[in-house]
Design a protein around this ligand. Sequence first.
Ligand code: ATP
Length: 192
Amino acid sequence: MKIGILGGTFDPVHLGHIQLAQNARAQFSLDKVIFVPAFKPPHKQAVLPLTSAEDRCSMVRLAIEDMPFLEVSDCEVKRKGVSYTFDTVSEFERKYSGATFFLILGKDAFEGVDTWYRAAELKKKIHFLVANRGTCEGRVPEDARTQWIQMPLCPISASEIREAIKQGRNVNDYLSPKVLECIQANAFYRKI
Ligand code: ATP
């Protein structure tokens, strides 16, 4: 079985994440892609999530419901503490023994892989499927098994969406309708 893992803060999950997952799945014939919302993202300590891990998980659930091949795991939320991809992959290896794992990520995140917890071991465990984000020119890790996802640049980011909501701008084009409804019902991101 070929399993894609898409980790992130998902604050909120947006159509860029969905496009990333679907393109990776189709291009690399993955059996499924599992979205894994971080409880505590190790690389975003300066900008902590604005919504709870449970709310971020719920938004991912709403975004992918009815989408075949896409799933969400709350393993990092249940584990609590800082969310390390190494721990998540180790947990999935136990759960899906014999599977091959593909970490799906944007180039901005990929550039930081060498600073991740147990990076050298992680690189031996998984393959990396990377999408361009247009904004990054940094060096990418060299000794990682890497393939590039062919997809049009998708200029959407969660931080821009949060800022737009705060300013009262329209974000309908960037979010699944049910996620938008959830954000409005809970008044998420109105005050930052
Ligand atoms: P923020 O703007 O707050 O940094 P984000 O939009 O990058 O958030 P994350 O939840 O941090 O969202 O992203 C999870 C993963 O999805 C990361 O690997 C990131 O690079 C990737 N990603 C997010 N948005 C896009 C996009 N528009 N195109 C390609 N990859 C994306």
